[in-house]
Design a protein around this ligand. Structure first.
Ligand SMILES: Nc1ncnc2c1ncn2[C@@H]1O[C@H](COP(=O)(O)OP(=O)(O)O)[C@@H](O)[C@H]1O
Ligand SMILES: [Mg+2]
Length: 335
C-alpha cells in the first residue's frame, strides 16, 4: 500500500529540512515549497485511497466553482455527505484542501493537494521512487533530484507558473485568495508545453533533457550534468560552445519551427566535455507566432552579449540571426 517514494522521502527528511533551510540562494517561496513537499511525504504515507479520490473529485470540479459545494462533491463520488464531510475535514486539517463558509460550505484543492496528487500518481506509476534535494531554484519552478525505479537519477520539475500574474489579478479583482483554477490551469499548461517541446526536440536530436513523464504540473526528465553556463568562468573552447548553442537555436528554428523565447546563460548547462544542454522551454513559441522573430533576436542577443562579456567573442546579432534562419543551414543536423 505504501508507495516507495514516500519511504525514501521520509528517510531523507530529517537531515534535508535542516540542510535546506539555510541555503542562502533559496528564495522564500522555494523554501516554503521544499518544506511543503517534505510535509507531504508524511501525509502521503498515511493518505487513504478515499482521500485521494476526494482530491481528484475536487480537481475535476475546479473549473465549475471557486469553492465546491459539499453536495457537489458528495454527488460526484456517490458518497454520503457525512462521510465526505469527515474526509474533507481531515484533508482540510492537513492543508490539502481549503474550506470556506460564506453563503454555503465549500471546499477547494490547495496547491499542496495538487502537488500531492501529482506525486502520488508518479509514484504509483513507478516513474519516480524517491525525491531528494532540490537541484535548482528557478523563477517559476523548483527542480528536485529524484530516483527512478532503476535507481537512476532523474530531475522532477514542479512548475508554479503565473505567480506574478496572480498578484495582478488579485489586486485588480480585489481578491484575497488567488483563483486556484487559474493557477492549476497555468501551471499545467506550462508543464504540457514544456514537455511537448522537449519531446519534439529530443526526437530530432536536440541537446535537451530527455522527457520521461508528465503529470499535471510536474515534468520528469533526464538529469543534466555539468554547470549552468552563467557559473562557468573558463572554457577551453568557448567558440565551440557558442557554436553549439547557435546550432541548437538553428535546429529548433529550422526543423521544429520554433524559438526558445527565454534563452540565456541561465537556461544552458555545459558538461565537463563542454557539451551544451538547452533547458527551461515552457515559453517557446512557434514561428507562426507574431513575436517569434523578436523573441529569437532577443534570445540571440542574450547569448551573444554573454559571450562578449565573458569570453570576448564578438558576433553581430543581425548577422547571427541571418545565419540561424538561412534555409540551407538546417541540413547539417539531419540524419
Ligand atoms: N534536467 C535537469 N537536471 C538537473 N538540473 C536541472 C534540470 N532542469 C532544471 N535544473 C535546475 O533547476 C534550475 C531551474 O530550472 P528551470 O527549468 O530553469 O526553471 P525556471 O523556469 O524556474 O528557471 C536550473 O537552473 C537548473 O539548475
Ligand atoms: Mg530557468
Amino acid at each position: 500500500m505504501l508507495s516507495p517514494i514516500i519511504q525514501a522521502f521520509i528517510q531523507k527528511e530529517t537531515d534535508s529540512i535542516d540542510n535546506l533551510l539555510p541555503i542562502a540562494f533559496c528564495r522564500r517561496n522555494t523554501a516554503i515549497h521544499v518544506i511543503e513537499l517534505y510535509r507531504l511525504a508524511k501525509i502521503l504515507q498515511e493518505i487513504s485511497s478515499e482521500e485521494i479520490q476526494v482530491l481528484q473529485a475536487l480537481e475535476e470540479l475546479v473549473h465549475r466553482f471557486e469553492y465546491i459545494p459539499l453536495e457537489e462533491v458528495a454527488t460526484k463520488l456517490s458518497l454520503d455527505e457525512d462521510d465526505i464531510l469527515f474526509l474533507l475535514g481531515k484533508l482540510n486539517k492537513i492543508r490539502l484542501v481549503q474550506r470556506k463558509k460564506e453563503h454555503y460550505l465549500g471546499y477547494r484543492i490547495s496547491r499542496a493537494g495538487y502537488d500531492a496528487l501529482a506525486l502520488h500518481d508518479l509514484a504509483q506509476k513507478d516513474v519516480i521512487v524517491s525525491l531528494g534535494q532540490p537541484y535548482g531554484v528557478g523563477k517559476e519552478a523548483t527542480v528536485y533530484s529524484s530516483l527512478d525505479a532503476n535507481g537512476k537519477e532523474v530531475a522532477v520539475k514542479f512548475l508554479r507558473w503565473g505567480q506574478t500574474s496572480f498578484k495582478r489579478i488579485r489586486r485588480l479583482r480585489k481578491l484575497k485568495d488567488e483563483p486556484i483554477h487559474s493557477w492549476i490551469a497555468f501551471s499545467k499548461r506550462a508543464a504540457k508545453r514544456e514537455f511537448g517541446v522537449l519531446r519534439i526536440l529530443y526526437d530530432i536530436g536536440g541537446k535537451v533533457p530527455q522527457p520521461i513523464a508528465l503529470n499535471r504540473h510536474v515534468i520528469v526528465m533526464s538529469q543534466m550534468t555539468g554547470d549552468l553556463l552563467l557559473q562557468i568562468s573558463e572554457l577551453e573552447h568557448p567558440h565551440n560552445v557558442l557554436e553549439q548553442i547557435l546550432q541548437q537555436v538553428q535546429l529548433a528554428y529550422q526543423k521544429a519551427k520554433l524559438v526558445h523565447g527565454d534563452l540565456s546563460e541561465y537556461n544552458i548547462f555545459v558538461d565537463e566535455n563542454e557539451q551544451v544542454t538547452i533547458f527551461d522551454w515552457p515559453q517557446w513559441q512557434p514561428l507562426s507566432h507574431p513575436n517569434s522573430m523578436w523573441l529569437l533576436k532577443r534570445d540571440l542577443s542574450h547569448i551573444l552579449t554573454f559571450f562578449k562579456r565573458r569570453f570576448s567573442i564578438m558576433y553581430d546579432v543581425d548577422e547571427t540571426l541571418k545565419r540561424v534562419t538561412a534555409p540551407k543551414q538546417g541540413k547539417k543536423k539531419n540524419d
